[in-house]
Design a binder for this molecule. Structure first.
Ligand code: FMN
Length: 339
């Protein structure tokens, strides 16, 4: 039995219109472990931001475990006033996935996404992530369990485990589960992120969706650089409903902004300072963050300026947000925009 689009996803589609009221694809920031927490989501929102956000993937078994649940609460933390992200969960047991999904509405979540694409060895050993591609019956049971929460359920996956052509059977099976959205990272588990995304398969996947489950939204992921790139891709491949961008945002925090606009050094530094402030804010809660993890972001904001690499090196030696602020104050004047 097929169901209509949920009000949540219908609104996402309805809200995705260009300035002339024409339908455009919706854009989302990809779920990224240790990246897309409440801090970074709010920084990206300040830089233009996508229509939709996802949390980092969260272990469903931990969420329903009386003791382990505290270890994952930081992943699901959402700040007041922040746009509610979609919760991405992973697991192998219907009881855990169903139980975790049922906890989400009380936390304010309106939609749940199941990870069926993670290539990480530990996740695969736990019969989860991309391992589900090899176990379609289990994948179907997880989708059914998540639906019991009453939340709209989506799936994010890859083309196959080892072979690209696995997508014929695998995606057909997913479409038959009547999920609200299928997000397809256009690579296999084996390809990791080492080969180019298979954009050449988009039209075939659109046709498959139209044939099996026309009400399911199709979101494309992999190697999309920014908003304009995503827009062009959707134009080239009618039927694509959404575009998900991951690493593009790590190259350019303004990746979701229409028009490839130029930004000043002062704007970039303001984003970095916002990230520092939000880091301090979150560290006053129970969900403490590791300062070292902040360092991966420095290059995002200090790219494209002469002398930036020296400043970045100094920032890499810091141990606290105030040290970073002091260095910025002292050295930002030495940076010059380069073409
Ligand atoms: C640092 C990092 C962490 C990631 N963590 C997750 C995750 O938690 N859940 C998930 O579904 N995909 C995860 N991914 C995969 C991305 O969501 C995305 O599918 C992939 O990066 C390809 O898209 P891109 O080329 O736009 O980056 C991660 C990717 C990166 C680079």
């Amino acid at each position: 039995m097929t169901t209509a689009k949920s009000p949540f996803w219908q609104k996402v589609v309805d809200d995705a219109k260009d300035e002339n009221g024409n339908q455009r694809p919706f854009f989302s920031m990809a779920p990224m472990e240790a990246v897309t927490d409440t801090i970074f989501r709010r920084v990206v929102a300040q830089a233009g931001g996508p229509d939709l956000y996802y949390t980092e993937f969260t272990n469903a078994a931990s969420m329903v475990h009386p003791e382990a649940k505290f270890s994952v609460q930081g992943r699901l933390a959402v700040a007041d006033g922040e746009k509610m992200p979609i919760a991405q969960i992973w697991g192998s047991k219907p009881e855990a996935i169903g139980g975790a999904a049922k906890l989400l509405p009380a936390l304010g979540y309106q939609a749940v996404d199941i990870n069926m694409g993670c290539p990480d060895g530990t996740v695969i050993k736990n019969d989860s992530g991309s391992d589900l591609i090899r176990h379609p019956d289990r994948a179907a049971a997880l989708i059914a369990a998540a639906k019991e929460s009453g939340l709209p359920v989506s799936v994010k996956t890859r083309l196959g485990f080892n072979q690209v052509d696995e997508y014929h059977d695998w995606l057909e099976m997913i479409f038959k589960q009547d999920v609200q959205v299928l997000t397809i990272h256009l690579r296999t588990r084996k390809e990791m992120s080492k080969v180019e995304a298979h954009f050449e398969l988009i039209d075939d996947i659109v046709a498959m969706r139209d044939r099996i489950s026309p009400q399911t939204l199709l979101q494309i992921n992999g190697d999309v650089k920014d908003y304009e790139h995503g827009l062009a891709l959707a134009k080239e491949h009618p039927g694509v409903d959404g575009i998900m961008i991951g690493r593009g945002v790590l190259n350019d925090p303004y990746a979701f902004e229409p028009g490839n606009q130029d930004h000043t050094l002062a704007e970039s530094i303001a984003l970095l300072k916002l990230q520092l402030d939000l880091f301090d804010e979150v560290n006053q809660t129970a969900n403490k963050k590791n300062f070292e993890a902040l360092k991966r972001y420095f290059k995002i904001y200090l790219r494209g300026f002469a002398h930036a690499s020296q400043l970045r090196q100094m920032l890499m030696e810091t141990h606290a947000t105030d040290e970073v602020r002091a260095l910025l104050k002292e050295h930002v004047g030495t940076l010059v925009a380069v073409d």
